[in-house]
Design a protein around this ligand. Sequence first.
Ligand code: GDP
Ligand code: MG
Length: 344
Amino acid sequence: MGIFSFGRKDPKDTPANEAPLSAVPAAVEAQEKPRGLLDRLKAGLAKTAQVLRTDVRDLFKREGRLVDEDFLEELRGVLVRTDMGPAAAEAIVVDVRERLRARVVDPDVVLDSIRTQLLGRLRNTEAGLGTAASGPTVILVTGVNGSGKTTSIAKLARMFTRDGKRVVLGAGDTFRAAAVEQLSMWADRLGAEIVRGPQGSDPASVAHKAVARAVEVGADVCIVDTAGRLQTQSNLMQELSKIRRVVAKLVPEAPHEVLLVIDATAGQNALSQAKGFKEAAGCTGIVLAKLDGSARGGVIVPVTEQFGLPVKFVGLGEGADDLEPFAPERFVAALLEGAFAPEG
Ligand code: GDP
Ligand code: MG
């Protein structure tokens, strides 16, 4: 009746033209994956790992090959193909040149060099989310359209509900009706409550209602979606700071996290777009979505370096379980484990 509907939404209420059911891939979500974290990460990073494994191994194929400038250039090419960025690739090349100059290629040294450089560059990241001292922990999720915000919210909600936490979602991307429907379907599926407003309504008022509802029902976490398509940076800035203001009035120190979702497959252009969101939103951490299925998982290195924010989670698929807290050691191990091992 009111502007905001609380509680689960009956999918039958959804107008056909607004309900992209395909936006929530049922098949992917249905298959439970009781695998360990390292195995899941390895599966998600398989394509990037393959570039490092097969392509680097190919460099060693010629028996007794010496480490000369040709070899080093080929190595650089392979590294750059993973999107780890020219600086990291150069550092590895310099290190390998120093350690192996004019000697026969030693795969272990190359592997060790890649591992050391990646770990060094990913080390300043910290996992874990800030939480509220009392009242619900409020998490805003921001980023470019299509980067994976809504899906990441579903994944976070799943993570919390798995832990027995009560979650309220705020459908703050009021710009697109489909976005609200998509989040509603996830809420339904995950057993989380959702607070929505009509299309085009003020996102800050949706955020306010969502956080107020979370306080009212004693929820542990309130996750608020935001629109990814805004005309100008000042527009974006205004909207996000308004959201911050209204939630801060309800819960001290809220928002406790502002997560910037970045699409790992989207290339340099998407990274510079995402920068606008970082600056406008006062982000506290990154969710690097869509690392799976991409051979460019090395992009986590320039993302970490360019944004100066910790990568808190990585997205490894379209399902609700395909989110992992980011841990540099595990990430690098997943990428390099078994690399250069004899074939077969
Ligand atoms: P939003 O516009 O930022 O809210 O982005 P969505 O959450 O709607 O995601 C856009 C598309 O990317 C959807 O088709 C999602 O299923 C897909 N997606 C999101 N995260 C991942 C991920 O980690 N891996 C893969 N493979 N697809 C993802
Ligand atoms: Mg969305």
